[in-house]
Design a protein around this ligand. Structure first.
Ligand code: FES
Length: 77
C-alpha cells in the first residue's frame, strides 16, 4: 500500500512501513555545513549521516524510521 509523505515540502509516494532512508535514497542528498555530500551510510543507527527532521522533531535517523501517511520530512542542510 502506497502512502504520501512530504519531503522538503514535496509530495512523494512510498510503501507503507518501508524504511525512510530507502525512500530518501533516490533523491538528491543533503550536504554538510561545509558542503560535503551526505547520505545514509551504516543503515543501522550508528553513523547519524541520515539525520532528518520528522514532523518537527530534529535529528531523527531516517534509517531507524518507517514511512507512514502524511509524514513530513525535512532534510537538514
Ligand atoms: S545511516 Fe547511519 S545512522 Fe542512519
Amino acid at each position: 500500500m502506497k502512502v504520501q509523505l512530504f519531503i522538503d515540502g514535496q509530495a512523494h509516494l512510498a510503501t507503507l512501513g518501508s524504511n525512510l532512508a530507502a525512500a530518501l535514497a533516490g533523491l538528491p542528498g543533503r550536504c554538510s555545513v561545509s558542503g560535503q555530500p551526505r547520505a545514509a551510510l551504516c543503515g543501522m543507527g550508528v553513523c547519524f549521516e541520515c539525520r532528518v527532521t520528522i514532523d518537527g522533531q530534529p535529528h531523527q535517523r531516517a534509517c531507524q524510521r518507517v514511512v507512514y501517511e502524511g509524514m513530513e520530512v525535512a532534510r537538514e542542510l
